[in-house]
Design a protein around this ligand. Structure first.
Ligand code: PA5
Length: 473
């Protein structure tokens, strides 16, 4: 257990570098020291807010999740590994994006294609959409009898997830002579929603999402831990990384606190007109951390009202990009376009593998210079070059560096971004933990599909302006 060694932990500490946010580094479009001094009273109030609300922000206790829950997850995952070929997650939003990000970061990039001996567990499919073609394509390739389905929903009633569960239940019943319970695990709230009732009625194995932990803050709960453990990820190390970051985030001087300082920089930039936050990993392993972060930042901070009920329509729009792929599609805009973005690079010092570029085509100088280098060096040089180009043109950018991608550093990263988001909520004086805009859409969908109790909403939808043919061509 390397995470018990303080020297190793220190070596694995992730770093936040905001040099290129500052005007003394990139010129007048950057942030001045004066602007940081100006935000100090607000930041100090936010630090106090985070300390006072620690116990109501239940997700902050997840790194210290009960040993018996961990034991149950590990036991269940061992059993799944020995009995099933496929592990299928039915869930959406916060119930899917964390598992996707962790799997991509911590397992083989072609995990599902590995042969059974090389794979650490069953194939993993994360079904976070209800596209009928996608659903049928999955059913075409898996044997449902040899598949464990993990239905994950905090509210216990999200239409998309419940529809998937109904489809899978129907098929399992056909194939297993009416029984289905041994192929479904429920992960949900202990007291609310339909899934917990179904789980109790049909005696499904159940994991609980702790009270007060919302979907997008639930990756370190059984939502993320069970799929990770099933696929052989060291969940104790993941939690140890999160706990380590929790300690770093205990620093009350916001200038020394990586999560708080990241948040302060984004907020100053946002209030200067940088309403777009581009998250750009330079590592395929970290690619889906962008999707997870995009939900966290957007859904938490995109709010109409502040806590006093004043209309603020606040939020910063997250954009996902991947280095180097998107250097060839988006970087032109980031480098020469409007000063309305902050680019956050996410990189690792060390990849888990090295690929050498052989000395081929030696008579062609424009190509042969690559020979003798590695893909690792090329990727790293391209990140440094993009950072340089952005900074030279005065576009704000910052960087999060992981010494390497492992369960400990990913635990740190998840917790740091969660803390940064919650702190931004404090700075903006908004509730970062609700999602009334999402609920509005969910309720409208219930009404359109005739769910009892939503007749009023259906009537309201009837009053929406009718589309005019003049505007359709
Ligand atoms: O963060 C959130 O709360 C949402 O994005 C939810 O995760 C998403 O809407 C799915 O909800 P549920 O987990 O209740 O099915």
């Amino acid at each position: 257990m390397r995470y018990k060694d303080p020297d190793w932990c220190e070596k694995m500490r992730i770093r936040f570098d905001y040099n290129n946010m500052m005007s003394d580094m990139i010129g007048k479009q950057g942030i001045s020291k004066r602007e940081i001094e100006d935000i100090e009273p607000r930041a100090e109030k936010a630090v106090l807010g985070m300390a006072e609300k620690r116990h109501s922000m239940k997700w902050r206790e997840l790194p210290y999740i009960n040993e018996s829950v961990i034991g149950d997850i590990l036991e269940t995952s061992d059993e799944i590994r020995s009995r099933f070929e496929n592990f299928v997650i039915l869930g959406i939003g916060g119930s899917a994006l964390g598992p996707v990000a962790a799997q991509q970061a911590l397992n083989h990039q072609r995990y599902n294609e590995l042969n059974n001996a090389a794979r650490k567990g069953p194939r993993l499919y994360i079904e976070d959409n209800i596209d009928p073609e996608r659903m049928n394509s999955l059913l075409d390739i898996i044997d449902v009898k040899k598949s464990m389905f993990n239905c994950i929903t905090k509210s216990g009633g999200t239409s998309e997830t419940m529809a998937q569960l109904m489809i899978v239940t129907g098929i399992l019943k056909q194939r297993l002579n009416g029984s289905f319970g041994s192929n479904i695990i429920a992960t949900t709230d202990a007291n609310r929603g339909s899934l917990i009732k179904i789980a109790r009625d049909y005696k499904l194995r159940t994991f609980y999402i702790p009270e007060g932990v919302g979907g997008r803050f639930s990756e370190l709960s059984p939502v993320g831990l069970l799929p990770a453990a099933v696929c052989g990820i060291d969940i104790k190390e993941l939690l140890a990384g999160a706990a380590y970051m929790d300690r770093l985030c205990g620093e009350s001087d916001f200038r020394k606190n990586p999560a708080y300082m990241m948040s302060v920089m984004q907020l100053i930039a946002m209030e200067k007109g940088c309403n777009i936050s581009v998250f750009m990993p330079y590592s395929d392993a970290l690619k889906y951390m962008s999707d997870w972060y995009a939900q966290l930042w957007a859904e938490s901070l995109g709010k109409k009202f502040d806590r006093s009920g004043k209309i603020v329509n606040t939020g910063q729009t997250p954009v996902k990009a991947l280095g180097v792929t998107d250097q060839h599609s988006q970087i032109q805009l980031y480098t020469e376009g409007p000063y309305d973005k902050v680019v956050t690079f996410l990189k690792t010092d060390k990849f888990r593998t090295v690929v050498e570029i052989p000395r081929e085509f030696e008579d062609m100088k424009d190509v042969s210079f690559l020979g003798g280098h590695t893909l690792n060096e090329l990727l790293s040089a391209e990140q440094a070059a993009t950072e340089y180009a952005l900074s030279k043109s005065g576009h704000m950018n910052n960087k999060i560096t992981l010494p390497e991608v492992n369960a400990f550093t990913i635990g740190q990263l998840i917790f740091m971004l969660e803390m940064a988001t919650a702190f931004a909520g404090e700075l903006l004086n908004i509730n970062a933990f609700d999602q009334p805009g999402v609920e509005e859409g969910k309720n409208a969908a219930f009404a359109l599909l005739g769910r009892p109790g939503y007749e009023g909403k259906k009537a309201e939808l009837g009053f929406a302006p009718k589309k005019l043919p003049d505007y359709v061509i």
